[in-house]
Write a protein that binds this ligand. Structure first.
Ligand SMILES: Cc1cc2nc3c(=O)[nH]c(=O)nc-3n(C[C@H](O)[C@H](O)[C@H](O)COP(=O)(O)OP(=O)(O)OC[C@H]3O[C@@H](n4cnc5c(N)ncnc54)[C@H](O)[C@@H]3O)c2cc1C
Length: 370
């Protein structure tokens, strides 16, 4: 029997940032023959499709030493290279200013300051990291991040997949392994599940631990200047509301946020929330309106609602199930960090796929000796 690696037929389910990045990375190995199938594609807006609603920036959130932190760390070189060398991807560098109020120090996880003495683990991942302490005891981080214009980046990823020969098709999968039969060569050896929050419903997966964390935003034409985030706002005890803004590359407008609400899945923008988002934004980020502080000076493009696919116990990246004889590799549950962990997650899937191929090759050798 020939010991050379045979081609591997792979179906990727999902055309969000996770599925597109995974399909693209796997397609670089020409032995992988890839079909990508999805219900929603770049250009669509739907509550079942999270990726078009993101900001999106790079701001590590994984706990130090966690898999998530590794995926985020391994994504920065990809995003920064695109920002530096590929303007057509719609990503630019942006200074990020993060403020942790004295009362919130240690209370908001690794995103905001955990203590006065300890700098975040990701300070050496991003360039230009500087920390300072305000006279009121607040802590200020400044560093270089990126902001992704998702309206450019998702189609760009799709077209990179096409360039590499990925076969793209629309389809709604009821049971996860049905995707194997949609492969353009007839049958996939491996199915990669990148269905985000919809893994709650996908037959054969039905992961009930996934939580939808609702994020409401307002996209405005105003230039928001540097990226801005604050650990908490004076919001009358509304615990799921905060304030952040980021200016997208290439005329993408400025995203004002937002909410982090695990108790509400409404796809309809709540206008009371929208007004509060805008009021806090103009107050905390004077750059937006030249300091007038009036929300009437904001020029709205659209209101948005997306559902972040949070898996409280951690994402499911690279776990393998054998279902009805098909190897199913999962990559879902990226919560608030799907973009900033996208290439790191894809690399993990690439590693697992190579492992499966190696196991097949070894099994083939054993059989040939019998
Ligand atoms: C307001 C907001 C701001 C955010 N900001 C950031 C940020 O700044 N940085 C960051 O890194 N992340 C951010 N995120 C998080 C990020 O958007 C998500 O983690 C990411 O988009 C998840 O992508 P995904 O590809 O896993 O899922 P999705 O984008 O939801 O894609 C799922 C895909 O699977 C397909 N699918 C699902 N079920 C089926 C089925 N049965 N059959 C066929 N196809 C199916 C869908 O059609 C879709 O194509 C933000 C999210 C929100 C809501």
């Amino acid at each position: 029997m020939d010991n050379a690696m045979a081609d591997t037929n792979i179906t990727v389910i999902g055309a969000g940032v996770t599925g597109l990045t995974t399909a693209f990375l796997l397609s670089k190995n020409k032995r992988n023959k890839i079909t990508l199938v999805a219900k929603f594609m770049p250009g669509d807006f739907d509550i079942e499709y999270t990726s078009p609603w993101a900001g999106a920036n790079f701001l590590p959130m994984g706990a130090e030493g966690s898999d998530q932190a590794r995926y985020e760390t391994n994504t920065w070189p990809w995003l920064s290279n695109l920002a530096k060398n590929h303007p057509e991807a719609g990503i630019h560098f942006q200074q990020c200013k993060l403020h942790t109020l004295a009362k919130d120090i240690g209370a908001r996880g690794s995103l905001f300051a955990e203590s006065r003495d300890k700098l975040p683990w990701w300070k050496d991942v991003v360039p230009d990291f500087v920390s300072s302490v305000g006279s009121d005891g607040s802590i200020h981080y400044s560093f270089t991040s990126v902001c992704i214009n998702i309206a450019i980046y998702l189609p760009w990823l799709l077209s990179k997949c096409l360039e590499e020969g990925v076969n793209i098709r629309r389809g709604v999968i009821g049971f996860v392994t049905d995707a194997a039969d949609l492969h353009h060569n007839g049958k996939a050896d491996i199915v990669i599940n990148c269905t985000g929050l919809q893994s709650r419903k996908l037959g054969g997966v039905e992961d009930k631990s996934l939580v939808a964390v609702r994020g409401q935003t307002v996209l405005v034409r105003n230039d928001g200047g540097p990226m801005f985030g604050i650990s908490s706002i004076d919001n009358g005890g509304r615990e799921y509301e905060g304030s952040y803004s980021m200016t997208r590359a290439a005329g993408g407008g400025t995203i004002l946020g937002g909410t982090f609400d695990p108790t509400n899945e409404s796809p309809i923008p709540d206008l009371n929330i929208a007004v509060r988002i805008m009021e806090h934004a103009v107050k905390l980020n004077p750059h937006l309106t030249g300091g007038t502080g009036k929300i009437d000076d904001l020029d709205i493009v659209r209101h948005g609602v997306g559902l972040r696919p949070l898996r409280p116990q951690g994402p499911r990246v690279g776990e393998v199930d054998v279902i009805r004889g098909v190897q199913v590799v999962h990559s879902y549950g990226h919560g608030s960090w799907g973009y900033q962990g996208s290439m790191g997650s894809a690399k993990e899937i690439e590693r697992v796929v190579a492992q499966i191929e190696q196991q097949k090759k070894t099994a083939g050798k054993v059989l040939s000796k019998l």
